[in-house]
Design a protein around this ligand. Structure first.
Ligand code: BTN
Length: 255
């Protein structure tokens, strides 16, 4: 049990831990989500995993690491549970009717050239989870679900995380083959897989950012991983934000 696997791995990164160091927890007492949110887990019912990358690339390419993790988790989920996930920009995995959030990805830098990418996957939720009684739990219940609920069968977390880590290693190795810049062929393949898995591209969205929101059509992701949204003022690439899909029934994601 840890506070946060990301936090622990950031500390190990600062002490010189090598690329490929992985931390996995059964539960977290202070799980962190994107944009300063909390990440709640059901103890023993999730994959809570952080991976340390040491990208030799310029920071503009670092978005590739969370994409590698999200796509690996999606493929591993399909192979081990038969659940097909879609990616909500930037890196939420949605599944089931209406596209509910089953996983989220958080990237954090350690300042020593380290990039920690953590993923939380909701695997096996008992009927009473999330517990009633807080607004936070109600928001999760309204927008998130677990792979076992979608699959209709218990999820083998070990098989899922083992396959995910194998796929992460394969995809990252292909990117590293390019030397100090990511291999162009591997980038093109990853971006194409990301676009094919995206539930956001093509949708009418509202993107909530610090102090403002943009509403428009999500056109694409650009070569820096930004979401390009066509609004009344033209096409605008967005680095960081929270996306709400405005078509009815779309998943809103919950932390
Ligand atoms: C999000 O969707 O907001 C991202 C959630 C990321 C949660 C994972 S669980 C493992 C790792 N450790 C953390 O504290 N957070 C990430």
């Amino acid at each position: 049990m840890v506070g946060s696997t990301n936090e622990e791995l950031l500390q190990k990164s600062a002490s010189g831990a090598p690329e490929g160091t992985v931390l996995i927890a059964e539960r977290q007492l202070a799980g962190r989500g994107r944009l300063g949110r909390r990440w709640l887990d059901h103890p023993g019912g999730s994959v809570l995993c952080s991976v340390l990358f040491r990208p030799p690339f310029e920071p503009r390419w670092w978005y590739l690491a969370p994409w590698v993790v999200a796509l690996a988790a999606s493929k591993a989920a399909l192979e081990t549970t038969a659940v097909r996930c879609r990616l909500k920009w930037p890196n939420d995995l949605l599944a089931g009717e209406g596209g509910r959030k089953v996983a989220g990805v958080l990237s954090e830098t350690s300042g020593e050239g380290g990039l920690v990418v953590g993923i939380g996957i909701n695997c096996n939720w008992p009927p009473e989870f999330p517990p009633a009684g807080s607004a936070e739990a109600a928001a999760i219940a309204a927008t998130a679900t677990s792979l076992d609920r979608v699959a209709g069968a218990p999820v083998d977390r070990e098989a899922l995380v083992a396959r995910m880590l194998e796929l992460v290693a394969e995809a990252w190795t292909r990117l590293l083959a390019g030397g100090p810049a990511p291999d162009p062929g591997a980038v093109a393949e990853l971006c194409s897989r990301y676009r094919d898995s995206s539930s956001t591209i093509g949708e009418l969205v509202r993107v909530e950012m610090a102090g403002e929101a943009v509403t428009g059509r999500a056109l694409d992701v650009d070569d820096q991983g930004r979401l390009v949204v066509e609004s009344a003022t033209g096409a605008r690439p967005i680095d960081v934000g929270d996306v709400v899909h405005l078509r009815s029934g779309a998943g809103a994601g919950a932390d």
